[in-house]
Design a protein around this ligand. Structure first.
Ligand code: NDP
Ligand code: A1CAB
Length: 272
């Protein structure tokens, strides 16, 4: 069933688009229901043309919707709060006005302080949402009723798997799942670079790297394998994989990835 209310979107960058486009495609959210706001007139015009949506720099229109997806940068949150307060006082109070924030690191207590009068949900999505292979972590603020919770779960379920987590777990969740696509993209790009160095043409190398990554993930999940088991399955005595693994261990790949996830989680905590 389509979303029955207008749907505000404040900030229509890469993350908001990765969520909104599949929701529009699925019909859960109708184009005519979306009231989106961005910072610059140039973005508003480009996005309105590209997406066929009402996009403007007048945030009041977006904030007057009973449910608002907030997707500006964490550093921009202070700038958007006054328009939210004005819209709430100007309009008849909506039934349970709700704010869904995807801002990295910004905790529920701060959302509730900056956006009084709205129940708040902190959502941590990732960009694979665009191809409906996303993961979203959710933590509920005070006063989010069961009906609203159901709507939010349904919304994010359209773009992938939804997990409800205690708020302190959202920072490591984001480090692994939201920053993780960049880390894995670096691995895919580097492996393709290696194949090019070994003689494959670039387009073929890139295609093979992506398919290898997707196939490995499907095997790990489909067979419920521990990653160590999969590694051992592939590694023949005195073979090619053992030769490659020796280089990865020498270069400290494990430690580098562990530190990358820890650094991303720490940065998320700092953005509070
Ligand atoms: N990218 C990702 O993979 C993930 C991002 N997030 C979170 O999502 C949020 C958005 O990130 P991302 O999409 O990458 O960022 P982008 O820079 O791509 O998008 C930011 C958007 O905010 C708009 N904006 C800025 N200031 C205002 C304002 N005062 N009023 C209305 N709109 C405004 C910008 O408009 P304009 O174009 O006109 O400048 C732009 O549309 C961040 O908080 C990030 O932490 C969370 C998980 C993953
Ligand atoms: O890099 C960032 O800050 C955002 C949040 C997680 C992914 N991208």
């Amino acid at each position: 069933m389509p979303w029955s209310e207008t749907f505000g979107v404040v900030g229509l960058g890469r993350m908001a688009r990765a969520l909104l486009l599949p929701l529009l495609d699925s019909g859960l959210v109708e184009r005519s229901a979306v009231r989106a706001a961005v910072a610059t007139e140039a973005s508003a015009q480009t996005l309105a043309g590209e997406l066929g949506l009402q996009v403007s720099t007048d945030a009041a229109r977006a904030w007057s919707a009973p449910v608002v997806l907030l997707a500006v940068k964490p550093q921009q949150i202070e700038a958007v709060a006054p328009a939210a307060a004005q819209a709430l006082s100007a309009a008849a109070p909506a039934h349970e006005p709700l704010l869904i924030s995807v801002l990295a690191g910004v905790p529920l207590w701060r959302l509730q302080a900056l956006f009084p009068g709205r129940a708040c949900v902190r959502a941590v999505p990732n960009t694979p949402a665009l191809v409906r292979s996303g993961l979203t972590g959710l933590s509920w603020g005070e006063g989010v009723g069961e009906a609203r919770r159901g709507e939010v779960r349904q919304l994010f379920a359209q773009v992938g798997e939804v997990l409800e987590l205690p708020e302190p777990q959202l920072d490591p969740f984001l480090a692994l799942t939201s920053s993780g696509p960049a880390f894995l993209a670096l691995v895919a790009e580097s492996m393709a670079d290696g194949a090019v160095a070994a003689g494959l043409p670039r387009p073929l190398a890139s295609h093979l790297a992506h398919r290898t990554m997707a196939g490995t993930a499907a095997l790990l999940q489909g067979q419920e394998l521990h990653p160590g088991e999969l590694k051992d399955m592939v590694t023949s005595p005195a073979g090619t994989t053992a030769a490659g693994l020796r280089e990865l261990e020498r270069a400290g790949l494990r430690s580098a990835l562990i530190e990358a996830v820890l650094a991303a989680a720490e940065r998320s905590r700092q953005l509070a």
